[in-house]
Design a protein around this ligand. Structure first.
Ligand SMILES: *Cc1c(COP(=O)(O)O)cnc(C)c1O
Length: 385
């Protein structure tokens, strides 16, 4: 079957993720704007029916386009928020209601751990666990009250890969909902909802929007009740996404597959180069970590994304010198943008990573340019000893 937009996939087969991301939210009515424009109006015409999104805190057509794209990517309903943290907060509040504890990875995203601590009086007690310790997690899930399991893979900033299918099985068996923070992989590389998660969380600020110019977050779920709860928290708490941000995020998502393919290939080349460098003592990337390589390939069959980290020989000052010496790679936090950036992660108070760890986000520059820049920067470090 074909239409005037070109050949379609075999009849009955749904379009690929790439095709869906390009077309989601697009309209094709005669005379209609094909691209969903940012709708700035705070009031939307309605007949006053109860529950209608007639005020823009409750709904906005620009969000709808973004939610359509994100939902299609993970075969789910998406609920977008003003940031990844706003999405995490709504999810923590919705899921910990009536539960006693929230298990979080001890080496996971720092601000999720801090947020869980702050929410303790309103929700469940955070318990920090080692995601590779499956017996320990099973014990925590089955003792001391009802739990929520908050997983993250690969982790930020150590890029550790957790066995999400096994974690999902443990959670299901214990009657605990599992969340996966999927920010590093994105829904393109990894589908947590197919591995037992009830919700997949993504900070769209990073790779998903991909241009370092928008802060946004989303939760994807196939549980209609949870989606409703999240929308209620969003409407009442007011952590809503601005229409301009939604529009930028939709635009960024259309090129996600192209960016991730290039960034994954370059990050693999950079990681292999770093692993052989005499001034580098450790490299953290799913593609060079032998112990979890088979698991990573099974969980993320299309690639491992732009983020890696490595440790530099010598004191923290050596890592600072490397970051400062780059001429191409931008010294900055965050990741997943078109421009490569890096930072010494230990400069953030509370970060658990080693003090000489540099987190690098590989952008769209050719890998050879990045390797040249990295070599020059590493040459700025005085030899250890
Ligand atoms: C950045 C990040 C978040 C929070 O997202 P914001 O959009 O900055 O609020 C959550 N999880 C991970 C893994 C992140 O890297």
């Amino acid at each position: 079957m074909t239409d005037h937009h070109g050949p379609r996939a075999a009849e009955g087969a749904s379009p690929s993720a790439e095709a869906t991301l390009v077309h989601a939210g697009r309209r094709r009515g005669l005379g209609e704007a094909v691209v969903q424009p940012p709708v700035l109006s705070t009031i939307l015409g309605s007949a006053g029916e109860p529950g209608a999104a007639d005020y823009a805190r409750a709904g906005n057509p620009t969000w709808a386009a973004l939610e359509e794209a994100l939902g299609a990517l993970e075969g789910a309903t998406a609920v977008v928020f003003s940031s990844g943290q706003a999405a995490s907060m709504a999810l923590m509040l919705a899921l910990t209601n009536g539960r006693d504890k929230l298990l979080l990875p001890s080496d996971g995203y720092y601000n999720a751990r801090v947020l869980a601590e702050r929410l303790r009086p309103h929700g469940a007690a955070p318990v920090f666990v080692d995601q590779s310790d499956l017996p320990g997690i099973e014990h925590e899930l089955r003792s001391g009250g009802a739990a929520v399991l908050w997983a993250e893979s690969p982790t930020n900033p150590l890029l550790r890969v957790a066995d999400l299918t096994r974690l999902g099985q443990l959670a299901v068996a214990a009657g605990a909902p599992m969340v996966v923070d999927n920010t590093v992989a994105t829904g393109l590389l990894q589908r947590p909802l197919d591995m037992g998660a009830v919700a997949s969380l993504c900070s769209l600020t990073k790779s998903a929007s991909g241009h370092s110019d928008v802060i946004a977050g989303a939760v994807m779920t196939r549980d209609a009740e949870l989606a409703g709860e999240l929308r209620l928290w969003r409407t009442l708490g007011g952590g809503i996404l601005g229409p301009m941000e939604a529009w930028l995020a939709v635009r960024g998502l259309t090129t996600l597959p192209l960016r991730i393919e290039r960034q994954s290939a370059s990050a693999q080349a950079v990681a292999e180069h770093l692993a052989a460098h005499p001034k580098v003592t450790a490299v953290h990337y799913p593609g060079v970590h032998a112990a979890t390589l088979a698991l990573a390939r099974a969980q993320m069959p299309l690639g491992f994304g732009p983020l890696l980290s490595f440790e530099v020989a010598g004191p923290p000052g050596a890592a600072d010198a490397v970051v400062a010496a780059a001429r191409l790679i931008v010294p900055a936090t965050s990741f997943g943008g078109v421009d490569s950036s890096w930072e010494r992660r230990g400069r953030w108070a509370g970060e658990t990573a080693s003090s000489s760890l540099i987190r690098l986000s590989v952008g769209l520059e050719p890998a050879a340019d990045l390797i040249t820049d990295i070599n020059k920067a590493l040459a700025a470090v005085p030899p250890a000893g």
